[in-house]
Design a protein around this ligand. Structure first.
Ligand SMILES: Cc1ncc(COP(=O)(O)O)c(C=O)c1O
Length: 237
């Protein structure tokens, strides 16, 4: 925060040289790091005072991934603009930019692209939004997320020489391996894959868990059992 305040303080009187501050509510590729409430509230305040727009990138955490419709609901702030993609159409390529009325400058057709607004992708997105509601997927993401984090926390305790931390919101979670041990996220991911559990890294030391929002409690338990076995194999001896 101090670095940001210092940077803002060095701005000329004409604040328009900074159009916007762009942040992820939870850093995905950066290591599954949930945003800090105080930090985001301070940034929101700076943006209010200076007229700099606050843009949140919800490509990874939007549309129910965190157990809430938008990731920024965890932070209790409203962005001026936010972006969506990945989960919006359940795997069909699509992206969207949402903005508050006061900074909504595009007229239809201003921001055209070859596949922009294509009916197939838009229909898929509408189906996803409807399914989120009819199948209570926000509630499922929250409940399964708690189950997953509790299970991961138990594994972290059992393998506390190797695991530093478990963190995340809803169904985006990271298990962080200790810097000082040789074990890497890819070691765990490769071993898990051979047992049928598909995981993805978020940097060299963070194993990311991003199951589909329809994941069941039985499947979460299966994943935890496999992970426990993998950790036992890799960490013993
Ligand atoms: C947070 C975040 N923003 C933006 C992007 C890029 O999205 P796209 O591939 O839709 O351009 C990604 C891709 O992984 C992402 O994780």
């Amino acid at each position: 925060m101090a670095a940001l305040e210092k940077a803002i303080a060095t701005l000329d009187q004409d604040q328009r040289q900074v159009a916007a501050i762009l942040l992820e509510p939870l850093q995905g590729e950066g290591g599954v790091r949930p945003g800090d409430l105080d930090y985001f509230h301070s940034v929101r305040q700076i943006c209010n005072e200076t007229g700099i727009l606050l843009i949140l990138d919800e490509v990874q955490v939007g549309v129910g991934r965190t157990g809430k419709l938008w990731g920024h609901e965890h932070l209790g702030i409203e962005p001026d603009i936010f972006t969506l993609a990945k989960g919006l159409a359940g795997g069909i390529p699509i992206g969207a930019v949402l903005s508050q009325e006061f900074c909504s400058v595009f007229e239809p057709g201003d921001h055209a692209s070859t596949f922009g607004g294509n009916p197939f992708a838009c229909t898929a997105a509408l189906a996803v939004l409807k399914t989120l509601k009819t199948e209570n997927l926000l509630e499922n993401a929250e409940a399964r997320g708690i189950q997953l984090r509790e299970g991961l926390a138990a594994i972290a305790t059992r393998f506390s020489h190797h695991v530093a931390e478990v963190r995340g919101w809803g169904l985006i979670n990271g298990m962080v391996l200790k810097e000082e041990v040789a074990l890497t996220a890819m070691d765990v991911i490769k071993a898990a894959l051979t047992k049928g559990l598909l995981l993805v890294p978020a940097g060299p030391k963070v194993i990311r868990f991003v199951p589909p929002l329809i994941v069941s409690d039985v499947e979460v338990n299966q994943a935890l059992q496999i992970l426990k076995q993998v950790m036992t194999d890799l960490c013993s001896g």
